[in-house]
Design a protein around this ligand. Structure first.
Ligand code: UDX
Length: 436
């Protein structure tokens, strides 16, 4: 099938590449001419495990194309995906100007029936707004479909190729058939394509992400309580997660959720509720808990050093908001760095993929290591911020000899408590006993 994808950000690129992988002819459009040229030359602008292989293969086999020419891209396409940014506006609501603007441009180019799909996370009612914009600019028939993405960074290719479910919001029969054909190869194992109306589909995305964020904030509160009552959150997690109704996944307490989706989507859903005169109490609590949780690690540090961090040096392992990505949007690391610098401390950080982005943002307000041991030299303590695999089994003798004090604050609960005692560390993690 001929497909166009408008917008080559993270979602657009993963969508376009993975749609080409099952034999579709996919043209990706972006207004950024330089970026388009680079992609034509085989340069992938994002880091996502597994994507590069598919990207090169599909370019080479003439199934994946890039252009800045919207008209050429959509000419033969039966389905046009919109994967455009929807940044939060000043009032917290998603800014739809890119999506609606693209809708107007596409409408003026329409010559025959096409399906226009919103892939970006958009507020409930966007399909209707987009339909109105298109109708105002064309007499040609079309359908607007909501098809939210559920891609996790780091495993996005797998999530796209083998989704737990595909949600398609449309009340148009022709669109339903085309979307069913397109996604058929991705749900061969029997996972469902769930068809519903546009508004339910739009809300499904927000509900999914907000529910997951709620699970995380709930566990972060359990962790805080564990510390007060002397319980171990890892045990509690295992104890409740083995109940199928609760499930084992997404129960890890830590230093708050970050990334490009959860913070934005929870806020947007709270905002949408407010606009509909509904006080969504749980969501407000989820956001409050997350804000507090981003500061717990530095609070622990401050308590240990009796409030005086001036002139102290801290080593940070991890900057990206989670492992296997270079994404630092809403990363807890940024809040931690800010708190430490404000308290007069210095920071030396290492992250396998995230340092380039942090350097662009913070420059040399902190220093960076070539590897994880580099940053430890003469540091007063090590803070573990992102749970990259490479941090899971470090050479603890080396860690201990490089640090000025054998002190670790672990925001991701990577190490066994007994091991830390055996190795002679002061070790303060989340929702577990402090050992030394
Ligand atoms: C998320 C959703 O999972 C995905 O379906 C959606 O389409 C986009 O948003 P992503 O932001 O890539 O994906 O990351 P995810 O793995 O879901 O983690 C989000 C945040 O929650 C991270 O900051 C992570 O550290 C945190 N988290 C996750 C926890 O603190 N505890 C957990 O148990 C799981």
């Amino acid at each position: 099938m001929k497909i166009a994808v408008v917008g080559t950000g993270y979602v657009g690129l993963v969508t376009g590449t993975c749609l080409a992988e099952t034999g579709n002819h996919v043209t990706c459009v972006d207004i950024n001419v330089k970026k388009v040229e680079a992609m034509k030359n085989g340069q992938l602008p994002i880091y996502e495990p597994g994507l590069e292989l598919l990207f090169h293969r599909n370019i080479k086999q003439d199934r994946l194309f890039f252009t800045s020419d919207l008209a050429a891209a959509i000419e033969d396409a039966k389905i046009i995906f919109l994967a455009l940014p929807t940044p939060p506006g000043a009032d917290g609501a998603a800014d739809l100007s890119y999506v609606l603007g693209a809708g107007a441009d596409i409408a003026k180019l329409l010559k025959e029936y096409k399906v226009i799909v919103t892939k970006s996370t958009v507020p409930v009612g966007t399909a209707d707004k987009l339909t109105a914009v298109l109708k105002a600019n064309t007499d040609v028939e079309f359908a607007v479909v909501s098809n939210p993405e559920f891609l996790r960074e780091g495993v996005a290719v797998d999530d796209f190729m083998k989704p737990d479910r595909v949600v398609v919001g449309t009340t148009d029969e022709r669109a339903r058939k085309l979307m069913g054909e397109l996604y058929g190869p991705y749900v061969r194992q029997g996972n469902p394509i769930i068809f519903m109306d546009e508004r339910s589909s739009e809300l499904t995305k927000y509900a999914a992400n907000s529910f997951l964020a709620t699970k995380i904030s709930f566990m972060n509160e359990i962790a805080n309580l564990c510390e007060l009552v002397g319980a171990d959150v890892d045990m509690v997690r295992k104890g409740i997660g083995s109940d199928d109704r609760i499930g084992k996944r997404f129960l890890f307490s830590g230093i708050g959720y970050g990334g490009s989706c959860f913070p934005k989507d929870v806020q947007a859903l709270a905002k949408a509720s407010e606009e509909n005169n509904y006080d969504f109490k749980i969501l407000n609590a989820v956001m409050d808990v997350n804000t507090i949780q981003k500061s717990v690690l530095v609070e622990k540090v401050k308590n240990y050093f009796k409030g005086d961090l001036k002139g102290k040096k801290f080593a940070l392992w991890g900057l990206a908001f989670k492992p296997e990505t270079d994404d630092i949007r809403e990363a807890p690391a940024l809040y931690i760095i800010d708190d430490l610098l404000k308290a007069g401390a210095t920071v030396a950080a290492f992250d396998p993929e995230g340092m380039k982005n942090v350097k662009e943002l913070l420059g040399d307000t902190i220093s960076y290591g070539d590897n994880q041991y580099d940053v430890l030299k003469d540091a007063d303590a090590l803070l573990i911020v992102t749970e990259w695999s490479v941090f899971r089994t470090p050479d603890l003798d080396q860690v201990g000899s490089l640090l000025r004090n054998k002190v670790i604050f672990d925001g991701r609960n990577l190490y066994d408590l007994q091991k830390m005692i055996d190795c002679g560390f002061y070790y303060n993690s989340i929702g577990r006993k402090i050992v030394s």
